[in-house]
Design a protein around this ligand. Structure first.
Ligand code: 13P
Ligand code: SF4
Length: 328
């Protein structure tokens, strides 16, 4: 185990320069203590921490081994050889990792870290949709339970939804469960899209009139919107893409001012990587993502729980839908 932090200089060293720049010194010792303990536990357990782009900076920069959007994390999960994987994100992400790594221990720091999209649809709902639209393939956003994925033909993420839909070569497809992601894909493709009324509690709150006001207040800003935002919000933005696509946009275009219409930690992390860019932050917090803390990650590694389990019969069918996406 890590030894307790004995000085401010030691805490500063553990935090590193980026985190020192945004965390008040009064909090350094407590954060450094958790960070040092997590780093020691990772070595002891031969564990890796996967962290979604919405993790707060002390997780994202302080303890994560791999960071990214849903697609990048699913791909990373396929190539890991660590016996223990901590998914610092939400439950459906941990389930995806477990489905792709059935023989490994997959930990979710807080079992309550759900997702409003995932909770909007059940496996029976998907079976009913199939009865209603016989022969129409079901494309399922990864923000769903393993049981829902198991009923699906193929999965998609916000990074590849249109590509997955078009890869099917069909005139109509069911795209579940996010009505806004589906509407945004429908704007870009000739495939007729059948939607489900799920919504993300974070992204549904952005409004087109607020974006227009931001444009007037910050005329030099580039406005980037996640495709879970309503279509009229995406229409007002300069760019729409997955969380990693937004990051890459800032890295490659380095706008003078950027506005990311998404979860708050995303701007915090990208801003720390690009101090030359000024960020305006009309962001919303995801209450589920924020259940991940250094404390809950530390406890997960100490106790090896909560561990994610997916019944093999469900995992086998869900894996087929996820792997069909990953080979595209
Ligand atoms: P990304 O795949 O773009 O990271 O999105 C996941 C998510 O839950 C966004 O709300
Ligand atoms: Fe789910 Fe929205 Fe949170 Fe993403 S931001 S995990 S879609 S509730």
């Amino acid at each position: 185990m890590a030894t307790p932090i004995s000085s401010v200089a030691e805490a500063a060293d553990i935090l590193g320069e980026r985190l020192q720049s945004i965390i008040p010194p009064v909090e350094w010792a407590a954060l450094a203590d958790d960070m040092a303990a997590i780093r020691a536990l990772k070595r002891e357990r031969r564990a890796v921490v996967l962290a979604h782009n919405y993790m707060s900076p002390e997780i994202y920069f302080g303890v994560a081994d791999v960071t990214g959007d849903s697609l990048a994390l699913a791909r990373a999960a396929q190539s890991l050889d660590a016996p223990v994987i901590v998914m610092a994100g939400v439950y459906f992400m941990a389930e995806t990792v477990k489905i792709l790594n059935p023989e490994r221990t997959v930990l979710i720091p807080d079992r309550g870290a759900g997702c409003s999209l995932s909770e909007s649809i059940t496996a029976e709902d998907v079976r009913a949709l199939r009865r209603q639209h016989p022969g129409v393939p079901v494309v399922t956003y990864v923000n769903t339970s393993a049981e829902v994925k198991a009923e699906s033909d193929v999965c998609c993420t916000s990074a590849n939804a249109r590509r997955v839909v078009e890869s099917l070569g069909v005139p109509r497809a069911i795209l579940i469960p996010d009505r806004y992601l589906a509407a945004n894909v429908a704007r870009e493709t000739t495939v007729e899209i059948i939607v489900w009324p799920g919504r993300c509690v974070v992204h549904e709150r952005f409004r087109a009139e607020d974006v227009r006001s931001l444009r007037v207040e910050h005329p030099d800003a580039r406005i980037l919107a996640h495709p879970e935002c309503p279509p009229e919000v995406v229409a007002e933005a300069d760019f729409s893409g997955s969380t990693s696509a937004m990051s890459e946009y800032v890295a490659h275009r380095h706008p003078r001012t950027a506005i990311l219409l998404t979860e708050c930690s995303m701007s915090d992390n990208v801003a720390l990587e690009h101090p030359e860019v000024h960020f305006v932050r009309p962001c919303n917090l995801c209450p589920y993502m924020k259940m991940n803390t250094l404390g809950s990650i530390r406890r997960a590694l100490e106790t090896l729980g909560p561990a994610v389990d997916v019944p093999e019969e469900v995992a086998r069918r869900a894996r087929r839908a996820i792997e069909r996406m990953l080979v595209l």
